[in-house]
Design a protein around this ligand. Structure first.
Ligand SMILES: Cc1cc2nc3c(=O)[nH]c(=O)nc-3n(C[C@H](O)[C@H](O)[C@H](O)COP(=O)(O)OP(=O)(O)OC[C@H]3O[C@@H](n4cnc5c(N)ncnc54)[C@H](O)[C@@H]3O)c2cc1C
Length: 430
C-alpha cells in the first residue's frame, strides 16, 4: 500500500523550540500528515543569547533545508583559562572540516528564524499551553489546553522542553531537580568590550572555583558591519545541590548586574571589566534542572518525547538544539519507512526509541563517569587546591576529539546504518 493510502496522521507537536519547529518541518514533508505546533508563548521569541552550531547541527540543518539561513561567528579556537589569573590552560584548534561545517556561534534568534521560515504556514498556534494529556486508546490522545480547547491527535510529540507536561503525563513518577547551577546570559554590542585585552580574540572559558565565565562573538563579519556586531557572555555559578533547600525554577528571568557580578569578584580583572560593561537590565537568569534518564522516550504507542523533554540534562553538551533536531528528523524517517511497509505507527515509535534511547543513555553514562573522576580525585587528595581541581576538570573535558560520537555525529549516516542493520537482520532471518 503506498503511503498516500494511509489515513491522515494528525500530529500535535507541543512546543515551538528547535525540536518542535524541526518536527513540523520534517513531518510536513510526508504525505497524509497534518502537523500543528501548540506553543504556550504569546510570540515565538528566543530568550538566551547565542548557540553553538557544530558539524552535528549543520548536518541536520541541511536535511531540514534550513542551513543556508543560519550564520554566525566562525570559531577558530577555544581557550580554557584559569579564571582567577587568566593563564591559558588548554587551547583547542578546530579540526579542518569543509567550510560549511565549521563550528559557529550564532544568535539564537537566527536559528529560530531559519526554522520558522521552513514550517508550513498556519501550522503554529500560539498561546496554547498544554495542561493535560490522556490516552483514549484506539482514538488517539486527548490534549487539553489552558484556554479550555480540547484536541484529539493520533501522534503527540512532546517537544515542550525540560519541564515537559507531556513527559509528566506519560511518566508521572519522573522528576527533575535543581542541579545547583545558575546560568546568566547576555548579548551586548562588541564595541562595549572590544578594548579589553583577549576578550574578542577567541571563544574562551575562564574557569573559577565555583563556575565559569564564557565569552564569544556571534556574528558573521562578512554580513554584519563591525558597529552592529554582538558579543555573548554566559556565566555559571555552581553550589552543591544538597545545600539548596528550595529553588524556584527561573528560565529567562531578568537579573541585576549586582547579582551576577557578586559571584565573580575574585576573577581576573579582564573578566570583571567585561561584566562591568554590561548595561543594566540585560542579564537573563536560568536555573539548571536535570532528571534521571528515561528507560524509553515513547509511550502509549502514540506519544514521543524529543529534545530536552526526552533527556533533561540542561545543555550538558552544548548541543541540545542539534539533539532535538536529530530526533525530529529520525522520527520522520521512521514514520515514512514503516508506512512504506504498511506497519503501524507503533513500529515507527519503536524504531525511533531503538535509535535515540541508547544515544541518550550513552550521554548519561559519560556524565556519570566524568562526575566519578572528579569525586575520585577529591577522595584521593582531600586537600585539593583550586589549581589541582582545575587540572582534573580540564583533563576531563570532552571535546571534538574525545566526544566525536556527539560532535561529529551525522544523523543521516545513523539512519543509513539502521537500514543496513535491518536489511542484514532480514537476510539472516530468511
Ligand atoms: C545555558 C544553556 C546553554 C546552551 N547552549 C547550547 C548550545 O550552545 N548549543 C546547543 O545546541 N544547545 C544549547 N543548549 C541547549 C538548547 O538550548 C536546548 O537543548 C534546546 O533549546 C532544546 O530544544 P527543545 O525544542 O527540546 O526545547 P526548548 O527549546 O526548551 O523549547 C520548548 C518549547 O516548548 C514550550 N512549552 C513548554 N511547555 C509547554 C506547554 N505545556 N504547552 C505548550 N508549549 C510549551 C516552551 O515555551 C518552548 O518554546 C543550551 C542550554 C542552556 C540552558
Amino acid at each position: 500500500m503506498p503511503s498516500a493510502a494511509f489515513p491522515t496522521l494528525r500530529v500535535a507537536i507541543i512546543g515551538g523550540g528547535p525540536g518542535g519547529l524541526s518536527s513540523a518541518i520534517a513531518l510536513s514533508k510526508l504525505p497524509n500528515v497534518a502537523v500543528t505546533i501548540y506553543e504556550q508563548a504569546r510570540e515565538l521569541r528566543e530568550i538566551g543569547a547565542g548557540i553553538q552550531i557544530g558539524y552535528n547541527c549543520w548536518k541536520v540543518l541541511e536535511l531540514l533545508d534550513a542551513a543556508a539561513a543560519v550564520k554566525g561567528h566562525v570559531q577558530e579556537t577555544f581557550v580554557h583559562r584559569n579564571g582567577l589569573n587568566g593563564v591559558p590552560l588548554k587551547e583547542q584548534i578546530f579540526v579542518a572540516v569543509a567550510p560549511q561545517y565549521r563550528g559557529q556561534r550564532v544568535r539564537r534568534t537566527r536559528l529560530q528564524a531559519a526554522l520558522i521560515a521552513k514550517v508550513p504556514e498556519g501550522a503554529i498556534k500560539l498561546r496554547k499551553r498544554l495542561v493535560s494529556l490522556n490516552n483514549i486508546d484506539e482514538g488517539g490522545a486527548r490534549l487539553v489546553f489552558e484556554d479550555g480547547e480540547e484536541v484529539i491527535a493520533n501522534l503527540v510529540i512532546g517537544a515542550d522542553g525540560i519541564r515537559s507536561v507531556v513527559r509528566q503525563s506519560v511518566f508521572p513518577s519522573h522528576a527533575i531537580k535543581f542541579t545547583g547551577r545558575t546560568i546568566w546570559r547576555v548579548i551586548i554590542p562588541k564595541s562595549l568590550i572590544v578594548d579589553i585585552p583577549d576578550m574578542t580574540s577567541s571563544t574562551a572559558w575562564w574557569h573559577g572555583p565555583a563556575g565559569h565565565f564564557y565569552n564569544g562573538l556571534v556574528d558573521d563579519p562578512s554580513e554584519t558591519p563591525e558597529a552592529d556586531q554582538m558579543f555573548e557572555i554566559a556565566v555559571h555559578n555552581v553550589v552543591p545541590a544538597a545545600t539548596v533547600k528550595e529553588k524556584r525554577f527561573s528560565w529567562g528571568i531578568p537579573a541585576t548586574n549586582e547579582r551576577v557580578e557578586s559571584h565573580f569578584t575574585e576573577y581576573d580583572p579582564r573578566v570583571r571589566e567585561a561584566l562591568s560593561r554590561v548595561p543594566e537590565g540585560l542579564w537573563k537568569e536560568f536555573s539548571a534542572f536535570a532528571g534521571q534518564r528515561l528507560e524509553k522516550v515513547t509511550a502509549w504507542d502514540k506519544v514521543v518525547l524529543i529534545g530536552d523533554a526526552s533527556h533533561p540534562l540542561t545543555g550538558a553538551f552544548g548541543s541540545g538544539a542539534a539533539f532535538a533536531m536529530q530526533d525530529s528528523w529520525i522520527l520522520a524517517q521512521a514514520i515514512a519507512h514503516t508506512r512504506s511497509s504498511c506497519q503501524p505507527l507503533a513500529s515507527a515509535l519503536a524504531i525511533f526509541d531503538s535509535i535515540r534511547s541508547p544515544y541518550y543513555h550513552r550521554m548519561y553514562e559519560h556524565l556519570d563517569k566524568q562526575m566519578k573522576t572528579f569525586q575520585d580525585a577529591k577522595v584521593k587528595n582531600p586537600e585539593q587546591t583550586f589549581e589541582e581541581s582545575l587540572e582534573v576538570k580540564i583533563k576531563g573535558l570532552g571535546g571534538i576529539d574525545t566526544l566525536s560520537w556527539i560532535y561529529q555525529n551525522d544523523i543521516q549516516m545513523v539512519w543509513e546504518d539502521f537500514l543496513s542493520a535491518e536489511e542484514s537482520a532480514g537476510i539472516r532471518n530468511e
